[in-house]
Write a protein that binds this ligand. Structure first.
Ligand code: FE2
Length: 296
């Protein structure tokens, strides 16, 4: 979920949630009676399509989490059932929400080990792309890694950092960190690069593009560099950042960011596809297909 955009409720979110209320913290019971036979069929299609692609491309931690949480492929999963296994593994739980929620509410949930999951599913004609996060993105993409203790701690720390960043006026910098790790991160392994970001894991085309295309840059993880880098919400990423391990991610993001924010404010922001001195370049992209305007 991208959290630094102005809070505008998309039309599809309004339509799907017609007649459904949420609590003050934006959570709601998962409305199981709203799922149609086609929703279950579309879930299965998306699930099976990704599972045909991901082994050998996604990190082992994701596949282990997916197996341990027993995410079903035969119907839209029931959050209460998943939460039994998630709570036992890492103390996290998922909570149903209408869709995108305000930054401060999102951070508060993460800081308390609650991951907001959009309850509704894209429609069949949107199978390949939907700008808004839906249950397939939020649940299939994000939740398996919450079974991993190190990643689970990272996401909670991110939530705590978000509450602080908002007070410091540093949300764009922190949003870039989320984007380039939680959503679009790659992991270096002995067998080659692997996906861990939810925005990639839940996308058929980006699962292939992120690893195999010659177009994007692939650059070693660097916290301050990422915090200066704009990104794309409408096309494939022009740069992917590669971590060595989840421990590296957790350790690098453990210090208080206050002084980092202050020093970065005086440095120029980088374009989504820019390379800069000091980058650990694993691949210099050939820029095919890049749209050079529209960085967020
Ligand atoms: Fe997301």
């Amino acid at each position: 979920m991208d959290t630094h955009q102005p809070y505008i409720i998309p039309d599809i979110t309004i339509r799907k949630n017609d007649g459904l209320a949420h609590a003050a913290d934006y959570t709601m019971p998962q409305p199981l009676d709203r799922y149609t036979a086609d929703d279950h069929a579309v879930w299965c299609l998306l699930y099976e399509r990704q599972m045909a692609l991901l082994p050998g491309r996604v990190c082992d931690e994701f596949l282990v989490g997916l197996a341990q949480i027993e995410l079903a492929c035969d119907r839209v999963p029931i959050f209460e059932e998943l939460n039994v296994r998630l709570r036992a593994a890492t103390g996290w739980q998922i909570v149903a929400v209408h869709g995108l929620i305000p930054d401060d509410v999102f951070f508060e949930h993460l800081a308390n080990r609650r991951f907001p999951v959009t309850w509704w599913l894209r429609e069949r004609h949107q199978i390949d792309y939907l700008q808004e996060p839906d249950i397939f993105h939020d649940l299939f993409g994000h939740v398996p890694l919450l079974m991993n203790p190190v990643f689970a701690d990272y996401l909670q720390a991110y939530g705590r950092g978000g509450m602080k960043a908002k007070a410091l006026g540093a949300l764009p910098m922190l949003a870039r960190l989320y984007w380039y790790t939680v959503e679009f991160g790659l992991l270096k392994t002995a067998e080659g690069l692997r996906i861990y970001g939810a925005g990639i894991v839940s996308s058929k085309s980006e699962s292939i593009h992120s690893l195999e295309s010659t177009s994007p840059n692939r650059v070693g993880f660097d916290l301050e560099r990422i915090m200066r880098t704009r990104y794309r919400i409408d096309t494939f990423q022009q740069t992917y950042f590669v971590i060595d391990s989840f421990e590296q991610l957790f350790t690098a993001t453990a210090p208080d960011f206050t002084t980092i924010y202050q020093s970065l404010l005086s440095q120029p922001v980088l374009g989504a596809g820019a390379l800069t001195e000091g980058d650990c370049i694993l691949q210099r992209g050939d820029q095919q297909g890049w749209v050079v305007t529209g960085d967020v």
